[in-house]
Design a protein around this ligand. Structure first.
Ligand SMILES: Nc1ncnc2c1ncn2[C@@H]1O[C@H](COP(=O)(O)OP(=O)(O)OP(=O)(O)O)[C@@H](O)[C@H]1O
Ligand SMILES: [Mg+2]
Length: 283
């Protein structure tokens, strides 16, 4: 089932002269993991905000075409209609934590309490979320005392616990160090197995290479190409043309081919690179 449909969709902020999203046609299947990649200022965050209706309902501007999210016409809906279906996680973890709870457990319970979910059910959900994400040892800690990576995990968990049909992550690791980034990605990988539709905007293509179903390449407000992860991430001309650097493993395999140490397909993941290294000619 198509859960998101952009049909000739365009958007212009009232402050911008040009359209920031241009004639986008993109369909996202329920349960799929779509990676969004592109260079700086290409419109990826705006695309993410459209899915929750922040564009056009919170920001002023002009739309053309149509965006349908879970059978709701976004332009005609309210943000509150969409927020029960779409969860949005932003770059900076500390601004997303509500501070309503004194510890991680209460932070996770906050959204459910607002919805009036019975206490017993909340406890069950919070427990299973903490367990799933190996956050049990942080249960009684203040969210504001945690590392950036841990905070972002809590922020994502507090969105995911609301069971949105669609989880949108806008560069969730942009402000994290390498270890925090690794933690957050392994955590997203776990969530992806739960069947939620996940749309992840990131510059860290080495990570999404491991688990995205499809990738959309965005440039200057246009979705220039959508395809299966391997098809997109091993298309080095396409990536470079759109200001994106291929994964380190792709670059390694390119270099080996150039130096005639290996002949064959380009690598995309760590696993591919290991296989290639076994075939590399020894001088
Ligand atoms: N609230 C806003 N008002 C006016 N213009 C905006 C607003 N937000 C973004 N823009 C402009 O829209 C364009 C796309 O911005 P957007 O943030 O969606 O891109 P991005 O691909 O997420 O880039 P970044 O690499 O900065 O995250 C940019 O030219 C930006 O200046
Ligand atoms: Mg952005």
């Amino acid at each position: 089932m198509d859960i998101v449909k952009f049909k000739n969709y365009s958007w212009k902020y009232s402050e911008t002269d040009k359209y920031v999203l241009k004639n986008i046609n993109l369909t996202i299947q329920q349960g799929e993991f779509l990676g969004i990649i592109g260079n700086v200022g290409s419109g990826r965050s705006t695309l993410c905000m459209s899915l929750l209706g922040l564009v056009p309902h919170l920001f002023y501007g002009k739309t053309k075409g149509e965006l349908i999210v879970d059978d709701i016409v976004v332009k005609k809906a309210k943000i509150s209609d969409l927020s029960s279906r779409v969860g949005l996680v932003l770059q900076s973890p500390d601004t997303q934590l509500t501070g309503a709870g004194t510890n991680v457990e209460e932070e996770l319970a906050f959204g459910l309490e607002n919805l009036g979910v019975p206490r017993r059910e909340i406890i069950k959900k919070v427990d299973s979320m903490l367990k799933l994400l190996n956050l049990e040892q942080l249960r009684n800690r203040s969210p504001f005392e945690l590392s950036g990576g841990q905070q972002q995990k809590v922020a994502i968990a507090s969105v995911f616990i609301m069971e949105p049909k669609i989880l949108v992550l806008d560069e969730p690791t942009a402000q994290l160090d390498p270890l925090g980034t690794e933690q957050v990605f392994s955590f997203i990988k776990k969530l992806a197995k739960k069947g939620t539709t996940i749309i992840l905007n990131t510059q860290k293509i080495d990570y999404i290479a491991e688990f995205a179903d499809r990738i959309a390449v965005v440039n200057k407000g246009r979705v220039v190409k959508v395809g299966e992860t391997r098809e997109i991430l091993t298309n080095v001309e396409l990536l470079r043309r759109n200001g994106i650097s291929p994964t380190v493993f792709t670059k390694l395999s390119e270099e080996l081919i150039k130096n005639r140490l290996y002949k064959g397909e380009l690598a995309m993941t760590f696993g591919d690179a290991v296989k290639i290294m076994k075939k590399v000619k020894r001088k």
